[in-house]
Ligand binder design. Sequence first.
Ligand code: GLP
Length: 245
Amino acid sequence: MKVDVFANDDALTTAAADLVHLSITEFAGRALGIATGATPLGLYAELGRRASAGALDTAGLSLVALDEYLGLGPSDEASFAAYVHSQVAAPLAIASERVAVLDGMGDAQQECAAFERRIRAWGGVGVQIVGIGSNGHLAFNEPGTPFDSRTHVVRLSEQTRLDNRSSFASGAVPQFALTQGIATIMEARRILLLARGASKAEAIARALTGAPDPSCPASVLQLHPDVVVLLDSAAAGALELPISA
Ligand code: GLP
């Protein structure tokens, strides 16, 4: 696990974009794994700039998203499908046939199984971008989720629903979601974990330095052979650097 801490946001965004850019080339024929949330927005904007300048070739690239709220479709602006299309696929000029987001409106069990098949059919994930919840969640895998979980339906924790409330004008955050399982996420060839802000400091310290345990889902990343962690100084605030692993 490689951990880098940045004093300024632009430097963090550039380092993340450089790594994703390189990984897209290195893992050609595999999909790019997309996280939603506020943290990677600058990264996606920078990748979009590189793509429109012709510096980043996205021909043939597919996108696979981590999770979606149950009951939301792409026409709902709080859905992760809407986020992936507007913040990632459009700037990277990727057609919607090459974008996979879990369907929050269909038969949930069938959708979870179909999504696993789709990831495999698309060659698996090369680099997977992930964030972290303030409670240590990974995608929507909440504390207590087994490390061998596959794509499944989850009941969101109160903490997660509170953290994500600002995306919902009504304040009514769905109670359930669909998420790639922890074992599904761990099949990506490389994982890039991004975190910003003091609200993530405790979760980051547990994830990177505590014993890997389902009580902190992101701690599973210690068991992956190729993980890069990029943090701002606030998110690194509870770490005793340097981390060795
Ligand atoms: C959300 C998503 C995660 C995301 C995390 C952090 O609930 N399900 O995939 O990484 O929480 O979000 P943010 O970057 O907005 O802090």
